[in-house]
Design a protein around this ligand. Sequence first.
Ligand code: B12
Length: 284
Amino acid sequence: MLRIGELSRRSGVSPELLRAWERRYGLLHPTRSAGGLRLYSDEDVARVRRMQEHLDAGLAAAEAATLAAAPTADGPALDIEAARIELADALDAFDEPRAHVVLDRLLAVATLETVLVEVILRYLHELGERWARGEVTVAQEHFASAVLRGRLLGLARRWGLGAGPVALLACLPGEQHEFGLLAFGLLLRERGWRITYLGADTPLATVDRTAESLEPALVVLGAIGDDPLRAAASEVRALAKKQRVAIGGDAASALATGAEVLGPDLVAAADRVTNGARLGALPS
Ligand code: B12
């Protein structure tokens, strides 16, 4: 059994990165020594090697980790790309049970991060592109959104429990796109936060009052469209003077609101706010 330093020397991967792969993707399965130190096995060494190979081949880290974690003898246990295509087929065909089977299978073998980022959010993005090209009907888009929203809220059950810091999440008034915020809430939950979720299209006066009573460590606002952000900018600015406010989504960096700006990488943003890093705000 190896300590992390030895694993790092053998693989050429820094201990920090090894810990990040362990925490984010569940890549490594250490046991504990009597003194509580993590001890890694030959199988962990093999997983790190496979991870490096997949990264060298150009895969995204989450996908590389899923493949690297799978047993090698029968090839990869899960093809993320194929699963996303199957999910799209099921949702296009209004086949809700099949969509859930695909998601069940994914959640059994892949980490929540991989399922969220590589499958659900990427699928939604592709759906929008297909919708803009006229390849998907409004009915198909609404159906897919409803199924996936239900599924994410199911995963979110009891995310308000515990003793971690509270994050209050809401979309700006007029903003209906809530998937980025929902996914971000799930990622924060995995990092120990308690989540209070107000959802789409929330008046900022309500966010303000709720924040006064809950005293969250962080208020997170979802801002995808430019118009809702432009309309709410001065209210966001006022809120950011009273609370720690972070803002995420495509519109987030377009206007100076005094809020901290979360980048487009949800996982990195969740890591950064959890590690206490203060994110840059545009000057307001
Ligand atoms: C599902 C969907 C809807 C659903 C939303 C359901 C719901 N409960 O969320 C409904 C039907 C309500 C909807 C409505 C509309 N939609 Co719409 N929608 C989509 C679709 C297909 C998926 C959106 C989504 O959730 N994507 C997944 C998210 C996570 O990806 P993302 O938005 O790119 O976000 C990235 C980052 O910004 C970040 N992020 C996003 N949010 C957050 C939050 C935090 C906290 C953080 C840290 C990061 C973060 O994470 C992502 C990964 O990097 C997109 C297509 C697309 N390309 O995304 C269109 C899309 C966003 N919609 C669009 C439009 C035009 C509309 C409507 C105006 C349509 C209409 N004519 O009514 C309305 C506007 C409603 C409103 N006022 O908000 C356009 C936006 C164009 C633009 N840039 O302005 C898109 C891009 C479709 C397109 N190709 O034209 N929509």
